[in-house]
Design a binder for this molecule. Sequence first.
Ligand code: BG6
Length: 513
Amino acid sequence: MRKAKVSRIPSPEAASNEPQAGPFSLVIFGASGDLTKRKLIPALFRLTESNLLPENWYVLGSGRTSMDDESFRVVVRKSLQELSGSGPARKESEDRFATRFHYLAGDSQDSAYYPRLAKRLTALDKSHRISGNRIYYLATPPDNYPGIIKCLGESGLNRPVKTAEWNRIIIEKPFGTDLASAQSLNRKVAQVFKEDQVYRIDHYLGKETVQNILFLRFANAIFEPLWDRRYIDHVQITVSEEIGIEHRAGYYERAGALRDMFQNHLLQLLCLIAMEPPASFDPDTVRDERTKVLKSFRPIPPDKIDQFAVRGQYGPGLVNGRPVPGYREEPGVAPDSPTETFSALKLYIDNWRWQGVRFYLRSGKRLAKRKAEIAIEFKWVPHLLFKPLTPKDIQANTLVFRIQPEEGIQLTFQSKHPGPKLCLDNVMMEFDYRGSFKGPSPDAYEHLLLDCLVGDSMLFARRDWVELSWAFITPILEAWSKAPGVPIYLAGSTGPREAEMLAEQDKRHWRPL
Ligand code: BG6
């Protein structure tokens, strides 16, 4: 396929409306864990380097691992080594950054820990000259969430000391394991925090190219008139990974692909594609529209789950030419595990805009390629006057949001092939995010931490959204738990044959990975 580039039109002053965060403290429960090292510390550092954090702030890490401030700062420095940059100025800013980190070892499930926590916070607020704004970040295993939330409530730490201040809580995924557990967790959260204090994180919503879906749809006049059942044939959402479950068998065995990727990330992507234009760019107005999409999902009849949902589990194979073990051979995985590492869904949205349009979603581990994209495939012209150059190459117009790894947007369309014959050929117009804006996009956690600091909950999941998404997913999980026998696919492939058939039964085809 021939490609044409799209360039950014340089503007003299790129519109920068970054909101300013005020002084704050961040209490991380589960601070000795992986998320803190891999995501939170680097995100805070980059925000500091971009001058997006205020002068006064600190982190208090909480965890069972016995550490003091100094040993926690060693963890902080180590996690910064992964980032690019060096030199004396960088060393100085890393040292200054590390001094903001403190640690209080203890058992977050024990109410006796909280008076100590409160005392330490009061002392740190004073030494860092902060009047009280605070975020609690739950990065522990999810079984610990209810205990922490309850203790925060009983100790009064859920409430800000002065009325002009705020206390917020960020809750990592997974938020529940099915509808009943998500509802129960929501009830426990609501006993202690008001909904506007609660930030349920979904890092996909913080990805630059995911946010760009809203900009493409609602800041351009040319796409929206085509954005419905009259012009769109179907939508495909793919999130494929090359990695396996890494060292997360304990979590993954109980989760599986549907819980891990669909209930949150893929359904959020779908909502951004399918939502109506919001009346304003206010967090709750946008979240209302995302929620309405879920309310319009056509429920899958329990006896027809197989026609709409398929699963698979990777067997041994080659990924990028390297042999990899099958899922059941991974450390910590049961030799007869039924857990799915791949899922694909077909669903319909019963409203005026989307009636009859199919949405195909797939995600899996140990597939041929790492790729996340949303493809909007338009209908064919009603009557084709011209002959394709090679019939198999001709594609319907397709608009693709490339979320990762090469972030961008591409549009395929037909053009006349040069020469005397009246032949059609596919061409592609491509907008490359990195090339146009010079440099990598900020990490999702940078966006989301900053949003929480300024009180913007637009890119977080609201209580009703979470429950509706579980209401859709839970019947599929229940049906699968009653029907053992997960199809095995070859690691390094595009997933199980059953997934191909999900599209082929409608005479549609998945895009190549
Ligand atoms: C996480 C899942 O939420 O998202 C992981 O728990 C998955 O299993 C990850 O690998 C994918 O995120 P990303 O940003 O690497 O696409």
